[in-house]
Design a protein around this ligand. Structure first.
Ligand SMILES: Nc1nc2c(c(=O)[nH]1)N[C@H]1C(S)=C(S)[C@@H](COP(=O)(O)O)O[C@H]1N2
Ligand SMILES: [Mo]
Length: 246
């Protein structure tokens, strides 16, 4: 997948970034050519992993600014939105407001768990953005909910930490860099198309991150934690690029 999801506007800085990226990739390719015996599967895997981590670092350095994802009109919204997860929709976890509590851990001052109603009581943001899945489909949807950044600030998270991680009711897990967590378009989406988020789309909420690929948008989130130790993710640990966004 291309690391550059949203083409930067042509500018001296943009061209410089692209040149730097090309050098980055060139370096990786060089390592691959000179650093190991390609017939040795393990060392190839190691180099590819190193390259991918290097690309994560390069992408974090290059793209973790406050660039906004494109937004669309109400008329562009697809109501019958596509479902995706690593299992069929019938098997989606059925969390209930009565039992649900969002757990907080790691570098967070106030770790008291949150109920669904408490999340609904926070100031809500709406966005009409495009969800892009690596499997080769994309759809425009409308999501609403509190900003993750405002939430993290409110619970006294260490906003200078490197990562925000998520655990989900289906065993899925993921993590993002702090700048992405604090990005104004990163929200805890409790609604889809102005309705309470349906079960299959992640009830009670999905972390909606329009600057990232679909798999970086965890559904049925049960724990949010803040850490300086790289947490990986369900797909990142299976070889997909961790940063996967802009
Ligand atoms: N908990 C959890 N979150 C997940 C997934 C998953 O399998 N489990 N799949 C991801 C992928 S690959 C995509 S494309 C989107 C799909 O979200 P949607 O069903 O709302 O379209 O959810 C993401 N978040
Ligand atoms: Mo996806």
């Amino acid at each position: 997948m291309s690391p550059v999801l949203l083409e930067p506007t042509p500018s001296a800085a943009g061209i410089e970034r692209r040149l730097f990226l090309r050098q980055t990739l060139g370096l990786g390719a060089l390592t691959l050519l000179t650093g190991c015996d390609i017939s040795d599967h393990n060392s190839v895997q190691k180099v590819l992993k190193l390259m991918s981590q290097w690309n994560d670092r390069a992408q974090m350095f290059l793209f973790s600014d406050r660039r906004l994802a494109p937004t669309f009109a109400e008329t562009d919204v697809v109501k019958d939105f596509r479902y995706n997860a690593f299992f069929p929709a019938e098997d989606a976890p059925r969390l209930t407001a009565a039992d649900y509590r969002l757990e907080l851990s790691g570098l967070i001052g106030d770790k008291r768990p949150w109920s669904v109603d408490q999340l609904y009581a926070l100031p809500q943001e709406s966005q009409i953005t495009r969800h892009v899945c690596v499997e080769g489909w994309s759809m425009i949807g409308k999501w609403s909910g509190p900003r993750l950044g405002a939430f993290l600030q409110r619970v006294g998270a260490d906003l200078t930490a490197k990562y925000v991680g998520f655990q989900c009711a289906d065993g899925y897990y993921g993590s993002i860099d702090m700048p992405t967590a604090l990005h104004p378009q990163t929200i805890m989406a409790v609604k889809f198309a102005d309705e309470i988020l349906p079960v299959k789309y992640g009830y009670p909420f999905k972390v909606r991150i329009p600057t990232k690929l679909g798999f970086k948008n965890p559904k049925w989130v049960t724990t949010i934690y803040v850490t300086n130790r790289y947490p990986g993710g369900f797909w990142a640990d299976r070889g997909y690029n961790w940063f996967s966004g802009s």
